[in-house]
Write a protein that binds this ligand. Structure first.
Ligand code: FRU
Length: 467
């Protein structure tokens, strides 16, 4: 980790350093998913490509492995695959009554100034604050002298509850911010996304345009971490509505303060929340999410998903694929020739708890087909990924998956100790699961139920650490 001389982060960095040995010794801890050196993380924040590096920040409690004391942790990578930890980037400015630095985003301003935007939480209503780098490498950060850059006053007579998570995006030279919340104290049916437009090149002055999106489901009480971005001639709105994050593909008309949508779907089923997107130098839209639901008491808790590349397909649906750069992490590989499968077969040549698996499975006469990972030698334990022609089940979490008759299931699975990510079909659905398994359970098995299936192709790779 980079050394930094900043007394404000001495204490949290020390607390963090004390937890590292314990976190690293835990065999359940992922090795190729982005995470803090130890202790708690939640949402990815401020994802930015700048100066030849991918920067990813994240909600972080350096003092423990449960949610509290929100700071922004920071890591960077040249290739999207190998990462370095950097010092804590944002911490609560206690002298200004700030208690938490909540989620937010990053952008380079018209003045070519990299900036972070986030929600400042204290014993007062939430405010939106900005931060700027204190060095050319974007390693140290300072709160902007213009803070707060946006307060509730901007809304005039409108009251927005749970107002937070500024996401800044630029289009045709105009800088927009959106933020989440609700209009009725979280009673349901009034969860909204709010739009603001920058009125200066420093991005410190913003005007409220209005509500651009009401969540269509009555049972949604609030929207967190909205993201808005263009893909071709479509716009995509991503929201975290206190359940699996969703996307809406449609049209954004800033002049009318309107976002209208034609299709919707789920970003990732299972243990996944608060994703954030960024644009990279190749013009790709990348997405990271927070992998949720780990047990506490182990000196670490949380990681980010693998980076995904987003696209909108011909049917107007958002499709996601693991970033192709992840192939850099591949070690030894095993390619298994296709075979007809009756019952189950243990794949003796494959063994491990950090694996990438690319499979093509045909249902044929079977009622279900699948893979089991983290299998115990006696076959008593294991974690199944199972498809019955209508539903994909990953470690007990289900998502609909229907293919045209006879079409094989393309499965792309990443196992990273206690994290399982599965990409299926043509880029939808995606599943993220936190699993528990005994240390030595490292076998892999394929299975067919109710008849014969075909394993048309199966290649696996041992995966290496990103650190
Ligand atoms: C989403 C969220 C955000 C908030 C942050 C606090 O997980 O609740 O709305 O800014 O986490 O850590």
């Amino acid at each position: 980790m980079e050394k930094v001389s900043n007394s404000a982060i001495t204490e949290p960095m020390l607390a963090l350093a004390q937890a590292v040995a314990r976190a690293e010794a835990d065999p359940a801890r992922p090795i190729y998913h982005l995470a803090p050196p130890a202790n708690w993380n939640n949402d990815p924040n401020g994802c930015l490509y700048c100066g030849g590096y991918y920067h990813v920040f994240y909600q972080h409690n350096p003092y423990g492995d449960e949610w509290d004391h929100m700071h922004w942790g920071h890591a960077r990578s040249r290739d999207l695959v190998h990462w370095d930890h950097l010092p804590i980037a944002l911490w609560p400015s206690k002298e200004r009554g700030e208690q938490h630095c909540f989620s937010g985003s990053a952008i380079v301003s018209p003045k070519r100034q990299p900036m972070l935007f986030y929600t400042s939480i204290g014993e007062r209503p939430p405010e939106q604050w900005a931060a700027v780098p204190g060095d050319n490498d974007l390693i140290t950060w300072q709160k902007h002298p213009a803070n707060p850059i946006l307060t509730e006053k901007a809304h005039g007579d409108v009251t927005i509850y749970d107002w937070r998570d500024p996401f800044v995006v630029t289009d045709e030279g105009i800088y927009y911010m959106i933020a989440g919340g609700n209009l009725n104290q979280g009673k349901g049916g009034q969860a909204v996304v709010n739009l603001y437009v920058a009125t200066d090149d420093e991005l410190t002055q913003w005007e409220y345009v209005g509500v651009i999106f009401h969540h269509p489901d009555e049972d949604v009480t609030n929207i967190e971490c909205p993201n808005l971005f263009r893909v071709g001639d479509k716009w995509v709105l991503v929201v975290s509505p206190h359940r699996a994050p969703e996307y809406f593909v449609g049209d954004f008309e800033p002049a009318r303060g309107e976002f209208t949508w034609q299709s919707r779907g789920v970003i990732s089923h299972g243990n996944f929340y608060a994703p954030q997107v960024m644009l990279d130098r190749r013009g790709r839209r990348l997405l990271w999410g927070w992998v949720t639901g780990f047990p506490t008491g182990r000196g670490w808790n949380g990681c980010l998903s693998l980076p995904r590349v987003l696209d909108v397909n011909e049917d107007g649906r958002l499709v996601q694929r693991p970033a192709p750069e992840l192939a850099e992490l591949r070690g030894r590989h095993t390619a298994i020739p296709g075979f007809e499968l009756h019952g189950s077969r243990v794949l003796g040549e494959i063994h491990g708890d950090t694996l990438e698996m690319v499979a093509r499975l045909e249902l044929r006469d079977a009622t279900a087909v699948g893979l089991r990972v983290r299998r115990s030698d006696d076959g008593e334990r294991g974690v199944a990924i199972r498809w019955d022609g209508a539903t994909l089940d990953v470690a007990g979490t289900q998502a609909p998956l229907r293919l045209t008759s006879g079409q094989p299931l393309e499965l792309h699975v990443f196992l990273d100790r206690s994290v399982l990510e599965a990409f299926a079909g043509d880029g939808e659905p995606c599943m993220t699961r936190v699993i528990s398994a005994a240390d030595g359970d490292c076998g892999v098995e394929v299975f067919a139920e109710g008849g014969a299936a075909v394993v048309a192709a199966l290649t696996t790779y041992d995966m290496q650490s990103i650190w």
